[in-house]
Design a protein around this ligand. Structure first.
Ligand code: NOJ
Length: 564
């Protein structure tokens, strides 16, 4: 590994704080910076080393803060710059690193730049920061190309010209309130670099980079080979039907969990001109130069690119330090699919000497418990995979609530906030069920999340048995499993081996071994309990029964003999 092989981030356990839903310090029903500061002890207790905080910048919140109107100001809903400084000081005092989200692909429509652009004529320097284009067809009435918005509908919105008549269109790969920036304009890069330095100077330890495979667009903005809306729908339908298939088997046991398959699955369609344009790499080289001015700072990209070589290109030594590889998130729960996803991630990171980043959950995809069928079975599977993930070489990011085994819980129509709901004409519910307030303590909603009675999304009664308080007291809880796994990972020398090999496992199972050290992991996704290979058992996701590993369970052990 040449990408900082001994740097802190290559092995860290990270934790994504979805700020709106983590902890509310002032009773307004929305999580905030002080809420995070007040709960850093909890993260320390789990053994977390780095916290990723989702956007807390000034925003009209059309996409829950990913529509940024001032990237160097804190939105009043989340606190103040002083709150941020206090958070950093407190986190660093506890030995925790903090990375913040940056959103370089687009701004809010309320950003000063976009507001300045609207009253100007086509071709103005103000419009040149965005992707304004004349429409196609008679009178420019049709969008300039056939691209679709990830949230549904066309990726173009028409605005009036300076004379008030219908004028040009601007590109928005996400919501219309999120106009895409034109990265061929040097001002755009300069401004992002100023933002990076701003937060690094205030003590941030690095960045999660939003849509890191976006930004660059192919010259001339050509049509997608086939309608990209259709292509996107296929990806989403495939993901939905995978989740539905895995749910079908035991949906009866799923109790009150939401229907699986909601959420926005970002596009991984290869040949999609909206993403992964070759020009993006020059942008990453520019970002890396700035970040390298700060020793030890890290970048972790959100890169929804499925082709391993194209994914690895983002991790070359002068680009991103790390990137989320979503192969495991996209995998169904079968031994073959999971093994293949793990292998793919390991191989593509190794091809450029980078360290892998594992993740099973984030604020954009159905939670693992729900994805794997919901109910008791979904929880067993989520725990099994989480334990194995924590035993793989590289770093791991948990998403708040994953350590509690939270399921998604459907949000009533009149409380839905995700722009997908409106943009899809009320056919896609979006990601709200994934983003509900953290249940901390007590018997009644909002379970200590807020001192106020109402929260930005409902706090579901279904979370009552899953609070942090309840789980800390239960030795078999998911929270205590995660704590034990992270403690083991931090203390046991066998967790340092970087070579992974696979070895024979019973039907429906897979087993790997990490060397040097002989740490081994086995996961049973088959139909019946299986014996474990010889070795010393370190931790299991469910108790063994008569010495056998039950279905939908995993075990970590020290292999007693070399394996082939
Ligand atoms: C990816 C973020 O994770 C998602 O929540 C957001 O909607 C889009 N990027 C647009 O910024």
């Amino acid at each position: 590994m040449h990408q900082g092989s001994d740097s802190w981030w290559t092995t860290a356990v990270g934790y994504q704080v979805y700020i709106r839903s983590f902890a509310d310090s002032d009773g307004d029903g929305v999580g905030d910076l002080r809420g995070i500061t007040e709960h850093l002890g909890y993260l320390e207790l789990i053994g977390i080393q780095v916290v990723w905080i989702t956007p807390f910048y000034r925003s009209p919140m059309a996409d829950a803060g990913y529509d940024v109107s001032d990237p160097r100001e804190v939105d009043p809903a989340f606190g103040t710059l002083q709150d941020f400084d206090e958070l950093i000081a407190e986190a660093h005092g506890r030995g925790l690193k903090v990375i913040v989200d940056v959103v370089p692909n687009h701004t809010s429509e309320q950003h000063r730049w976009f507001r300045d652009a609207l009253p100007t004529a086509p071709g103005s320097p103000e419009r040149a920061r965005y992707l304004f284009r004349d429409g196609a067809g008679d009178g420019g009435d049709a969008p300039p190309n056939n691209w679709a918005s990830v949230f549904g509908g066309p990726a173009w919105h028409r605005v009036p010209g300076p004379d008030g008549a219908p004028g040009q269109w601007y590109l928005h790969i996400f919501a219309p309130e999120q106009p895409d920036l034109d990265w061929t304009n040097a001002e755009v890069a300069d401004d992002l670099h100023a933002t990076l330095r701003f937060w690094l100077d205030r003590g941030a330890d690095g960045f999660r980079i939003d849509v890191a495979h976006g930004m660059a667009k192919p010259p001339g903005l050509p049509d997608a080979p086939e309608d990209s809306a259709a292509a996107f729908d296929q990806v989403q339908a495939a993901a939905d039907s995978a989740a539905a298939d895995s749910a079908a088997a035991d949906h009866a046991a799923a109790g009150s969990d939401a229907e699986p398959g909601h959420g926005v699955v970002p596009s991984t369609v290869d040949e999609d001109p909206r993403f992964d344009d070759d020009g993006v790499h020059e942008i990453h080289r520019g970002i890396r130069k700035v970040v390298d001015e700060y020793p030890d700072a890290v970048t972790v990209g959100e890169v929804w690119v499925s082709e391993p070589e194209r994914f690895a290109a983002y991790l070359r030594p002068d680009e991103l330090h790390q990137a989320f590889d979503f192969s495991l998130i996209e995998s169904e729960f079968t031994a073959a699919a999971l093994q293949q996803a793990i292998e793919k991630t390991l191989t593509s990171a190794a091809s450029v000497g980078a360290s892998p980043v594992w993740t099973l959950s984030n604020h954009d995809v159905a939670r693992p418990v729900t994805r794997f069928g919901g109910g008791e079975r979904g929880l067993l599977r989520a725990r099994a995979l989480l334990l194995l993930e924590l035993a793989l070489p590289g770093s791991v990011y948990l998403y708040n609530g994953e350590e509690l085994g939270l399921p998604d819980v459907e949000v009533p129509d009149d409380r839905l906030q995700d722009p997908t709901w409106e943009r899809s004409g009320h056919t896609e519910r979006g990601r709200d069920a994934i983003r509900l307030p953290m249940p901390w303590e007590g018997q009644e909603p909002p379970f200590g999340f807020s001192s106020g009675p109402s929260t930005w999304l409902p706090s579901p009664q279904e979370y009552a048995p899953l609070t942090v308080e309840r789980q800390l007291d239960d030795p078999h809880s998911t929270l205590n499993l995660v704590r034990a796994a992270i403690e083991l990972r931090a203390e046991h020398p066998a967790f340092s081996g970087s070579t992974v090999s696979w070895y024979g496992a019973p039907e429906g199972c897979f087993a790997f071994r990490r060397d040097p050290g002989g740490l081994a992991g086995v996961l049973n996704a088959g139909d019946g309990p299986v014996p474990l290979p010889p070795g010393e058992i370190l931790l299991t996701s469910t108790p063994l029964v008569d010495g056998l590993l039950p279905v939908d369970s995993s075990a970590l052990f020290l292999a007693s003999a070399p394996t082939d």
